[in-house]
Design a protein around this ligand. Structure first.
Ligand SMILES: Cc1cc2nc3c(=O)[nH]c(=O)nc-3n(C[C@H](O)[C@H](O)[C@H](O)COP(=O)(O)OP(=O)(O)OC[C@H]3O[C@@H](n4cnc5c(N)ncnc54)[C@H](O)[C@@H]3O)c2cc1C
Ligand code: FES
Length: 273
């Protein structure tokens, strides 16, 4: 009998990939996650600690799947510190995925924001897609998954541009500045983005200016992951069920909250710093 994605499963960490001093990818075996669509996420239970959402960053053969975690607080640090053979619980995959559009594509990502974007890029490159990917960050040590982006994209008619705010890697400046200069010269069918919410907001505003549709992956505190608790609300949407991928129309509806407010762990609406 097929397993329902809602059913919690116990998996073992099979492999760990060091992405940077603060980011690691954990590989495990799970049939459902290996068939997830780019942009979907999994709720990861770290025994004795917490349960947190993670984008599925790798869907592989032989039921392999993986996510890429940056240590920021207690639960993500506990995940980051996991060793091969440790166990964790997973449920999912959940959420609305990206819709692949095969054409002239722009991808704008930063940090672990590349985690859901790279499986999408991998699918796009299998058919036809000309991809301009702009990877932004503050400084060199923050960049992760760039080698994987290169391996994926340099196979076809694609361009990778790196921007860092302090000039320590690639072009000095913001990803959104480069994005705007490309859009002035080139027709783009669709923009996909994931990263800090203020960057997403800016990417959305520029996309609107050039009338290019966009799909953005948003992050909110999540407790249930399945639309019950309300902790992930943004406007009239629940990021876990209606997202995490938001298209231009939905982003337009939540523009008063995007990059400005979110709920904290207690459910209180707070300013995004
Ligand atoms: C759909 C989805 C996919 C995600 N994918 C990834 C991923 O691929 N890799 C990754 O490293 N992280 C990802 N995250 C974020 C990750 O879930 C949080 O960083 C994690 O829950 C933090 O837990 P913590 O106990 O370590 O930190 P906490 O102590 O709980 O929080 C540390 C800081 O992060 C903020 N924070 C906590 N959880 C979230 C959240 N869900 N959204 C936004 N801010 C939050 C807190 O307000 C606080 O400022 C994703 C979140 C969502 C909603
Ligand atoms: S996480 Fe509970 S409603 Fe979205």
């Amino acid at each position: 009998m097929p397993i329902a994605s809602n059913k919690p499963r116990i998996v073992q960490v099979l492999d760990i990939k060091e992405e940077s001093e603060t980011v690691r990818s954990l590989i495990f075996r799970d049939d459902l996650c290996s068939k997830a669509k780019p942009g979907q996420f999994v709720m990861v239970w770290i025994p004795g600690v917490d349960e947190i959402p993670m984008s599925i960053s790798m869907m592989g053969d032989q039921s392999l799947a993986g996510f890429t975690v940056r240590k920021v607080g207690e639960a993500s640090k506990a995940l980051f510190d996991m060793k091969v053979k440790n166990i964790l619980g997973i449920r999912g995959p959940y959420g609305m995925p990206f819709t692949p559009i095969f054409g002239d594509v722009m991808i704008v990502g930063a940090g672990t924001g590349l985690a859901p974007l790279l499986p999408l890029a991998e699918i796009l490159t299998q058919k036809f897609a000309s991809i301009n990917i702009i990877i932004g960050g503050k400084t060199l040590s923050e960049f992760v998954l760039v080698d994987r982006a290169r391996k994926t994209l340099l196979k076809n008619n694609s361009e990778i541009i790196i921007t860092s705010e302090d000039g320590s890697y690639g072009i000095k400046g913001l990803a959104t500045d480069v994005m705007e200069s490309i859009l002035k010269k080139k027709y783009i069918d669709i923009i996909y983005t994931c990263g800090p919410e203020l960057m997403i907001k800016k990417v959305f505003e520029i996309a609107q200016k050039f009338s290019v549709p966009i799909q953005a992956s948003l992050e909110r505190i999540m407790k249930c992951g399945i639309g019950i608790c309300g902790s992930c609300c943004i406007g009239r949407y629940r990021v876990c069920k209606d997202g995490p991928i938001f298209d231009s129309k939905k982003l337009e509806e939540i523009i008063d909250e995007l990059g400005l407010f979110r709920r904290d762990h207690s459910g209180m609406v707070t300013m995004i710093e």
